[in-house]
Design a protein around this ligand. Sequence first.
Ligand code: ADP
Length: 277
Amino acid sequence: INSMHEQHSQLEETVAKRTQEYLDAKEQAEQSNQAKSRFLANMSHELRTPLNAVLGFSQLLQDSETDKNKRRYLEAISISGSSLLNVLNDILDLSKIDAGKMQLDMERVEIPTMCHELSMMFLQLSAQKDLDLQITSHPEFKTPVLLDSNKVRQVLTNLISNAIKFTSHGSVKVHFDFEERENDGHINIKIHVKDTGKGIPTDQQALIFNDFEQVQGQRSSEFGGTGLGLAISHRFIKLMGGELSVISEKDKGSEFIVLLPNIEFAESKTEVKHRNY
Ligand code: ADP
């Protein structure tokens, strides 16, 4: 009788376990369906807004009589066209990464040169807002390193333009930090992008890395954007085996930290490596 009891309770346990597994799988499928619908709704909105502007302004262009108006409408069409292309490129990047088709192209990178180029790129934008922009690197970076320079640049462009966009006074400081590993001579790079801007409420800090996510209550007409930049940056950094994190306090500022582990110094002048992940 005892052994029958045992068998019975084992059977009960198995049934309960299987039922739970089934319910978990069902919930997961529902969640992924909901995410897909949200993604499609957001994507349609992001594409429709600039496309409507293109159509609206081309109608105005057809009806306009003065050269001055024609120029204004053409400029508006061109801006909306670029924004449409940006959204499409972002979406293509995302789907390429998610399909596992994104490749890393490792190149020899001079970090001080990258800092200089980024400073030049954002000089005008930061000066317009009277922000103190500083982009610096640790002295050890006099030796070039191997990085996927385009992707690192794309991530930093996104982080710095966000920092400038969400800061109305004060500074944006970017610093490339250096950490040599004892066991293999590889290095870890930590890039800090720190602003004195509006900050991100604690409960939203984890969410902003999700696709299309923007801080709640933020009027999108005020800052624009698609909410895809951080999602792509996060995926790129993960692909490089690194991490992207944020420390922020509302109304005080934010600091985004990019960790790139296991980086090698570039030995030859033309070294290029392709890695598939
Ligand atoms: P986008 O800037 O196109 O909206 P992102 O994915 O780059 O998309 O950023 C998502 C959201 O995270 C932004 O809309 C904003 O709410 C918040 N955010 C990002 N960077 C900062 C920052 N430096 N300071 C304050 N909020 C930020």
